[in-house]
Design a protein around this ligand. Structure first.
Ligand SMILES: [Zn+2]
Length: 102
């Protein structure tokens, strides 16, 4: 998929993800819409924990901007439902926390 562009931290403009790594724009976070990426960069992973989401139980880790420390989303570490396994290792970034740059 080709979306181009770069997604950066809204707070400090630290680049967080590439448009080319965007998998889906169809995710929801507490703050609103969120995007899923194959990779994220310049992020710090928090401790892993289990969370019951709309699509079942997942082990996730919150991710923070490596520069300003702002919580920007989460990483799917493990999905317990086979149908959700494609999410494992992928990153979800909240659109409210980032800006799209070209
Ligand atoms: Zn930042």
């Amino acid at each position: 998929m080709e979306f181009g562009g770069l997604y950066s931290c809204r707070n400090c403009l630290n680049p967080l993800a590439l448009g080319d790594d965007l998998v889906s724009k169809n995710f929801k976070a507490k703050s609103g819409q969120a995007y899923m990426f194959i990779h994220a960069m310049n992020v710090v992973l928090g401790p892993k924990y289990d969370k019951q989401l709309l699509t079942g139980l997942h082990t996730i880790a919150d991710i923070h901007c490596s520069k300003c420390g702002e919580a920007v989303g989460w990483k799917y570490v493990q999905a317990f439902d086979l149908k959700q396994r494609y999410k494992e290792g992928k990153f979800v970034l909240e659109t409210l926390k980032m800006i799209e740059q070209y």
